[in-house]
Write a protein that binds this ligand. Structure first.
Ligand code: ADP
Length: 458
């Protein structure tokens, strides 16, 4: 068995099975065996099953939220927010299942017709991380099932209990064995088994860039279709014409979500020199007012990091930045509560050549950089191997368009810190991502295009 521990206090939350190689192979077999029948169900039948799953989970949000709090450390308000976000995908794809349209193309021969249809790619396998234990599951499963694919999912071993609970509710909703399967165990072994199997036609992965690259290499042997949601290094740019109060609020809520353990978390905060001090003061006042605590309570709190490796990494990055000349105007150390709690930290005088500028921090740390001109800050924002999301606050319309056009990212968020909802295409460019999740674009990742020529009609 695998123990699942509460990161807030180290207590045992539950256990899940450590599946053997034979059990993983059997789950792959079931996923593949179920595909032919599932791919031929009517879109409205798949839609009805997704809707039934949505309804059952919706009726039990508190039980899910408490479990997420215990196994992940996030607070209740964030867990409820994630549930609504995650259920949004189930609802959206229950509808989108019915709208996977093909086309007919004007013919190139007088006796022929050209028909283009979209077909499910085949059985899919998916691997998900621990930071969104609910939404990561529903986003991948709902899209796959809507398209007519069957899916085998391996959740993160840190947070598998929410995933198994979602599976249990899916079964109660009538989603059959084989159509949605789950395994847990040794990630390396499971990753190898699913990528080596030629019957699995697609991998959808969210996690670190290193593991994403490894899986992409492993998929080369069987040329699987891939959706990869990997690392980020999001710039958050505040121009001197911005509403500073709104910008500070947006930054703090985007950064402290899940204690900073989010791929779209603002990772480099660029503030125009003339408003630097005024902006830092506002951010500091907001952050100071937020308590650090375990999450099972009504108020918003900054929770623990997921494990010891996470807190060590954040501590090292902050220490290193301070040794190189950055100053902590707040925090700068582990929190007095001990355990896996890190004090929310604001660093100023951070420089582009410090390791923190090119590392995904994954903790409650605000590194603040000064800039002078628009052209300079765009160039500095783009100076990254990642290109997931960029945030900017400005009231200038022309500048907004220039940012949208010139920032190298899959998502540009202007005058807001909020990115995700089921109806938009989530994803990045460069080494952040392949493919998109959410919106009508998301389902395209699970279908292939088939062209049929019907000649001899004359
Ligand atoms: P994180 O740092 O967010 O935990 P990882 O990329 O290590 O990111 O983990 C994301 C998911 O990938 C988890 O489900 C984890 O178990 C899985 N994973 C880690 N290493 C491998 C691997 N070698 N092959 C397949 N999956 C892996």
């Amino acid at each position: 068995m695998i123990d699942v521990l509460n990161p807030a206090d180290g207590t045992l939350v539950g256990q899940v099975e450590h599946h053997s190689e034979a059990q993983v192979r059997a789950a792959i077999d079931r996923t593949c065996a179920a595909f032919p029948a599932w791919s031929r169900t009517l879109a409205r039948e798949r839609s009805a099953l997704l809707r039934a799953w949505f309804d059952l989970v919706s009726a039990d949000k508190t039980a899910f939220a408490e479990l997420m709090c215990r196994e992940n450390g996030k607070c209740m308000s964030e867990a409820f927010g994630e549930i609504d976000y995650g259920l949004g995908f189930v609802e959206w794809y229950a509808e989108e299942a019915k709208r996977v349209y093909g086309d007919t193309i004007p013919t190139h021969a007088k006796d022929a017709a050209v028909i283009v249809t979209k077909e499910p790619v085949g059985p899919v396998a998916s691997i998900t991380p621990w930071n969104f234990p609910f939404m990561m599951i529903t986003r991948k499963v709902a899209t796959a099932l809507a398209a007519g694919c069957t899916i085998l999912l391996k959740p993160a071993e840190e947070t598998p209990l929410t995933a198994y609970k979602l599976l249990e509710y899916a079964r109660r909703a009538g989603i059959p064995e084989g159509v949605f399967e789950m395994v847990t165990g040794d990630p390396v072994q499971i990753g190898k088994l699913i990528t080596d199997d030629p019957r699995i036609r697609k991998i959808s992965f969210t996690g670190s860039t290193a593991v994403g690259k490894l899986l992409a290499a492993q998929c080369a042997g069987t040329l699987k279709k891939m959706t990869m949601e990997l690392g980020g290094n999001a710039p958050f740019i505040v121009f001197d014409d911005a509403d500073l109060d709104e910008a500070a609020k947006a930054l703090v809520s985007a950064k402290l979500r899940n204690s900073g353990q989010v791929c779209i978390s603002p990772n480099r905060v660029y503030v125009q020199a003339s408003i630097h001090d005024a902006f830092v003061q506002r951010v500091k006042a907001l952050v100071e007012a937020i308590p650090v605590d375990q999450g099972l309570q009504d108020r918003f709190v900054v929770g623990p990091l997921i494990n010891r490796a996470a807190i060590d990494k954040v501590g090292k990055l902050v220490d290193d930045s301070r040794e190189r000349g950055a100053k902590a105007v707040l925090g700068g150390h582990a929190h007095a509560k001990g355990g896996l709690f890190y004090a929310p930290t604001i660093l100023v005088d951070v420089a582009d050549d410090m390791p923190i500028a090119s590392t995904e921090i994954f903790g409650p740390v605000f590194p603040i950089y000064r800039f002078s001109t628009e052209a300079e800050v765009i160039a500095r924002s783009n100076d990254s191997e990642y290109g997931l999301v960029a945030y900017a606050f400005t009231r200038d319309l022309g500048r907004s368009f220039r940012l949208s056009r010139n920032i190298e990212a899959g998502m540009v968020i202007l005058n807001s810190g909020s990115v995700g909802t089921a109806s938009v295409p989530f994803g990045g460019v460069k080494q952040s991502d392949y493919g998109r999740e959410g919106s009508h674009h998301g389902i395209e990742e699970y279908v292939h295009v088939k062209y049929t020529l019907m000649a001899g009609l004359a």
